[in-house]
Write a protein that binds this ligand. Structure first.
Ligand code: NAP
Length: 301
């Protein structure tokens, strides 16, 4: 595990884990931790979600009331991004001082700024699992969603090394590899590898739909096959999540769009003026891209 030393520290055992927000990510955490020796609690907004989680036996107790989470040693806040801070704020006055709180929000900068601003001194470590799908809700969750995925942790000023080790040992049970990162750097990096693919997928679909020559656009949609399907898979991402990710990381996304425009201009210039060089560039990209992912599609870096 990157950046965590001193695993021999004597720690109190993690017995009870609460997950707040039983959707794709929260549900997958519970399914992945099932039968791993923890007491699992679930908190959702709607009672039907709790009933479903109880029926599926992924929690032993559930509630629509946050108070239930206060029994836990570790709390995962898995609500939509725009409810994360509000949920941590509500928890801060209720939890035991030794409870560790983490989240899974796709953006870390603002949340860590809020926590570090010391109004709510909870033992918080930010988190972001680098796995997901375009679907939402408990029905979309699965036990192996995080297998071989990276899981970013961004410690706050209220957390310590023991908390980091404790939380890492739980998250690693999901089959993930922990990466400790600075929240600001994290948000810039995910603009490039999460939010730009989303925006490009949406733009490509929009381009074909709005292409000036309607005969071309109409035929293109009829002929579209695996290449267009794969490139635009993310365009069907749950719009609420898509909106939150792109708008909340707007500054970094706009910076990346500006760089992409420059890159595309260079690409176009090479294609027009120097085909030989253009071919070298795309050969190198194909080589690097093949090296980066295993045949099963996992990032090997
Ligand atoms: P999701 O499938 O829509 O699940 C969110 C769940 O939160 C819903 O099931 C909803 O519960 C619940 N909820 C909403 N407001 C709530 C509240 N005020 N209190 C308690 N529960 C509430 O969304 P998701 O994809 O799991 O995303 C959750 C978080 O994971 C977000 O912060 C997102 O940035 C992050 N994330 C997502 C992905 C991805 O690919 N989707 C990847 C990495 C990280 P009810 O069923 O009761 O309405």
């Amino acid at each position: 595990m990157d950046g965590i030393k001193g695993r021999v520290i004597l720690m109190t055992e993690v017995k009870t884990i609460a997950v707040i927000g039983l959707g794709l990510i929260g549900g997958s955490i519970l399914k992945g931790l099932k039968d791993k020796g923890f007491e699992l609690l679930g908190i959702a907004r709607r009672k039907e979600t709790i009933d479903q989680a109880l029926t599926e036996k992924i929690i032993s107790e559930g509630s629509t009331n946050l108070q239930l989470a206060c029994k836990a040693d570790i709390i995962f806040v898995c609500t939509p991004i725009n409810k994360t801070v509000e949920t941590i704020k509500l928890l801060s006055s209720k939890v035991k001082p030794e409870t560790i709180i983490t989240d899974v929000a796709s953006l870390k900068g603002e949340i860590l700024d809020f926590i570090n601003a010391n109004q709510y001194p909870v033992r918080f470590i930010g988190g972001h699992p680098m796995a997901g799908t375009e679907n939402k809700g408990l029905n979309a969750s699965c036990e192996n969603l995080f297998e071989a995925a990276k899981w970013v942790l961004t410690p706050s000023k209220w957390s310590n090394q023991e908390d980091l080790i404790k939380i890492s040992s739980v998250i690693e049970k999901l089959g993930t590899k922990i990466v400790i990162a600075d929240p600001v750097l994290h948000d810039k990096a995910v603009a490039l590898i999460s939010h730009m693919p989303l925006l490009l997928s949406q733009s490509l679909f929009g381009l074909v739909e709005n292409y000036p020559d309607k005969d071309v656009s109409g035929l293109a949609f009829i002929l579209a096959s695996s290449g267009f399907r794969d490139m635009t898979r993310l365009a069907s991402t749950n719009p609420e999540l898509s909106r939150d990710m792109i708008i909340q990381n707007k500054e970094n996304v706009i910076m990346a769009v500006k760089e992409l425009k420059k890159y595309l201009d260079e690409f176009e210039k090479e294609l027009i003026e120097n085909e030989e060089n253009f071919v070298k560039v795309i050969e190198n990209i194909a080589f690097q891209r093949k090296k980066m992912f295993s045949p099963e599609g996992k990032n090997v870096l």
